[in-house]
Design a protein around this ligand. Sequence first.
Ligand code: SAM
Length: 273
Amino acid sequence: MKSLLNASVNRLLGGGYHKASLESAEQLFLAPPFTEEVVGSVRRISTRLSLNSDEASRMLWQRESNAASQSEYDALSPVFARMARPGSILEIGPGFGRSVAFFGKKGVWDASAAVHLYDATGEETKYKQKHYDKPPKWPDVSSFCGDLAFLRECLKYNHIGNYQIHDAALTPLRELPGPFDLIYAFYSVGFHWSLDYYLDELEPLLHEKSVMVCTLNKHFKMSERLREFWTEIIEVRDLKRSSQPERLMVLSRTPLPERAVDDSLGAISKPLG
Ligand SMILES: C[S@@+](CC[C@H](N)C(=O)[O-])C[C@H]1O[C@@H](n2cnc3c(N)ncnc32)[C@H](O)[C@@H]1O
């Protein structure tokens, strides 16, 4: 039965993925059962996958979600090691919580940390490149494709309890209860929409030692506004054979130390170099 399921997942994946990355990732984010309603929500976010309401699709989404998170975690581990362990975290555009589940279970923060998730329920997406330099400005909610009820369900399914969801359709970014030690956004602001247009709102959420991370669009160019911050770009091992490696922008008001700040953090505090 298990090998039949693996065969269906591999068929659904086609030849475009690095099989090793998908198979070696720790399965820390658990996808709940795929009903028609669940698949409807997942399809709006995971537009690249062809999904049905069956076990093979559930496994495919779970594997792809964990493989993406594993690559991001591996790329960011040296960065996490160079900052104090975050006590307050904001994720912008968490979708269905794959990253918060993965990072939380990996111990990027501990159970007492305050985790804030900022997303909204919506039907539409503005993923096309033409929107990159013209992101919808709040209160325009036309970039939302999340589902807050399903996000809650996924977090419960993954036994994640200590979090607060902020509805992005009701609250502007700048009104979130910052500053935060760590802010991150994967395939959201900074990727579909240029980070430049969010910096005025993000700046008040950053203290001197906060770190912000986001996935970069392949057309990303450094801007004068971004040069006001300390930035570093790191490559992420890519899941797809044909594509260029994804890049992450790491941004803060002041430079991160060159070496790990705390050697008691175990796996994520390996000294650099
Ligand atoms: C492509 S999904 C990525 C989801 C998740 N980060 C991942 O990598 O699996 C983009 C997410 O960002 C959310 N989003 C879009 N615009 C946003 C905004 N201005 N503020 C917060 N979230 C936003 C969408 O609703 C959606 O959940």
